[in-house]
Design a protein around this ligand. Structure first.
Ligand SMILES: C[S@@+](CC[C@H](N)C(=O)[O-])C[C@H]1O[C@@H](n2cnc3c(N)ncnc32)[C@H](O)[C@@H]1O
Length: 153
């Protein structure tokens, strides 16, 4: 099963880029992973901005992928629960799981309604750039759990 992680806008900080590279490299030991960036919208009203950014995210999504949104209002999972979810998708021969992180103003209602699942990393609001690294670390952690490796304690 392939993984895809989508987000909106460039990663500005070097330390975040290093974190993304580190965990993307680790995940690729277990599964093919693609990272894709949608262009950030600037200067529009919030509603229009969200919907344009989400239309761009939509264009980065292959038809056969199952879409998981990252959102602080989503369901909260433990790391073993996230691992079990990924394992079930893999066992059910889902071809691709796509995780989307919103832009600074989040997702449009239409994009939210189209998602297969909405998950929160916590109830706290994190910056849209930091979420990229935290999500990738959790995906890596999930694979170590699925493989019974001594990383998760
Ligand atoms: C700054 S937040 C957007 C906040 C926006 N006010 C909203 O209500 O969605 C930007 C993006 O980061 C991600 N994000 C921030 N905190 C998160 C959390 N605790 N769990 C999961 N995703 C989070 C989401 O993808 C969100 O769309």
């Amino acid at each position: 099963m392939k993984l895809r992680v989508l987000w909106v806008g460039k990663t500005q900080e070097e330390w975040l880029k290093r974190g993304i590279d580190e965990y993307a490299g680790r995940i690729r030991r277990y599964a093919p992973l693609e990272l894709a960036e949608a262009r950030e919208e600037k200067g529009a009203a919030e509603l229009a901005l969200r919907s344009r950014e989400c239309e761009r995210l939509e264009r980065l999504l292959p038809k056969n992928s199952r879409l998981i949104l990252l959102d602080e209002r989503g369901s909260q999972l433990t790391s073993p629960e996230l691992a079990a979810f990924i394992g079930r998708q893999r066992d059910n021969a889902v071809p691709e799981l796509a995780f989307a992180v919103g832009g600074a103003y989040g997702f449009s209602d239409a994009f939210r309604a189209r998602a297969d699942k909405v998950i929160a990393l916590s109830r706290l609001t994190l910056t849209h750039q930091m979420v990229r690294v935290v999500l990738l670390e959790q995906l890596y952690r999930a694979f170590t759990i699925l493989n019974g490796e001594p990383y998760h304690h």
